[in-house]
Design a protein around this ligand. Structure first.
Ligand SMILES: *Cc1c(COP(=O)(O)O)cnc(C)c1O
Length: 382
């Protein structure tokens, strides 16, 4: 590949899961075979095992396996009794599910701007959005880096408002040495295939130290029943499949090595991109990011994106439209200019390939393409 002369003949995907699968193929297929041979597809030992293994990994007492990160948020909010008339604080700069679940329960998402450096929500931006109807705060640990939790926890405690951490992108990330999942009453994890710990389909988990909430989540994921066919609450079918649990158990053993490789790749980009007009991700000193995404800020972002795509490089915009400007939330009265840091981020961000198996020469190729783009435009623009 190094001798290939034409740059356009090279491709660097945003994410390549085939390399990971190649290394684990035998273990994963044996794990899936175990489930096939047992014919226990719902619940059972694999689900129970991954629940305790992920909970232990995150330092939490309970893990409740669910069908997706979205269901983790939804079921968690149902367990907290969120409903019509309630306001829930959410970032405007996040994946849709964070706020979508609030609206699905008939509650009102209240959007908060992003920190211009980390893209995460900050206590100082949350405080003015609190009201007597605020029933929950959902900080998202975006792109793999924890939000600044001490001031958020303090603010929430002073008003007696629970926190639900959306750690869908941040399993294993730390803030002042404490792992994501240690700050909220509940935490939502996603095992969507592109997350750092990805299943072979959709999967997710709720974490909590609270025995009563854990019980409630377990009931709600089975239509609110306990025992079976006796329904104290209206829940849903939010269960985690045994096949997904079996795959996740194999992968969890490798998560720390993958995270280390992502961090190494992130640092390598930091060096390769130094001195270019793009801004590398800002990682706060007391944070350990897991680089679910390596998101740069780039002048002339859309043109850069096209340039990189033409060179066979997979890039993506997370996220092009802040949630307060989404059509489905127009009824909330959001308008352009209201949450300016998030709106600027939506115009400037671009995610580069950072997956663990990404070879160094591919990173050099990406960095060179970025340098070429800005070299080509100097002089052409004032
Ligand atoms: C991926 C993600 C979700 C939803 O997870 P799914 O498993 O895709 O349902 C929720 N919040 C954030 C921040 C995410 O990145």
């Amino acid at each position: 590949m190094q001798t290939t002369p034409a740059s356009s003949s090279r491709t660097v995907p945003l994410l390549d899961l085939t390399a990971q699968y190649g290394a684990l193929r035998n273990d994963i297929r044996a794990a899936i075979d175990r489930v096939c041979d047992s014919q226990r597809f719902i619940g059972g030992p694999e689900v129970a095992a991954i629940e305790s293994e992920v909970a232990a990994y995150c330092g939490c007492k309970h893990g409740i396996g669910v069908a997706s990160g979205t269901d983790a948020l939804l079921c968690g909010m149902m367990a907290l009794g969120i409903g019509p008339g309630d306001e829930v604080i959410v970032p405007t700069f996040t994946f849709f599910a964070t706020a979508g679940c609030v609206a699905r329960l008939g509650a009102t998402p209240v959007f908060v701007d992003a920190c211009p450096r980390t893209f995460n929500v900050r206590a100082e931006d949350i405080a003015p959005r609190l009201s007597p109807r605020t029933r929950l705060i959902i900080p998202v640990h975006l792109f793999g880096q924890c939000a600044d939790m001490d001031p958020i926890v303090e603010l929430a405690a002073s008003r007696d408002i629970p926190i639900l951490e959306d750690a869908a992108q941040s399993i294993g990330s730390t803030y002042k040495g404490r792992k994501a999942g240690r700050f909220g009453r509940l935490t939502a994890l996603s095992f969507f295939p592109s997350k750092n710990l990805g299943a072979f389909g959709d999967a997710g988990m709720i974490l909590t130290d609270d025995d009563a909430l854990a019980d409630r989540c377990r009931m709600l994921r089975e239509h609110g029943s306990k025992p079976k066919y006796y329904h104290a609450h209206v829940g849903g079918n939010f269960r985690l499949d045994a096949i997904q649990a079996a795959v996740l158990r194999v992968k969890l053993r490798h998560l720390d090595a993958w995270t280390a490789a992502r961090i190494r790749n992130g640092r390598r980009y930091d060096e390769l991109l130094a001195g270019t007009p793009v801004v590398s991700p800002f990682v706060v000193e007391h944070n350990r990011t897991i680089y679910n995404q390596y998101v740069i800020r780039a002048p002339r972002r859309d043109a850069l994106r096209e340039h990189l795509q033409q060179r066979g490089i997979g890039v993506e915009i997370y996220y092009p439209v802040p949630l307060h400007l989404q059509q489905c939330f127009a009824y909330l009265g959001g308008s352009a200019g209201q949450l300016p840091h998030a709106e600027a981020a939506a115009r400037e961000v671009l995610a580069l390939p950072v997956y663990p198996e990404l070879p160094p020469d591919a990173q050099e190729y990406v960095a060179r393409a970025i340098r070429d783009f800005y070299a080509g435009e100097s002089g052409a623009r004032g």
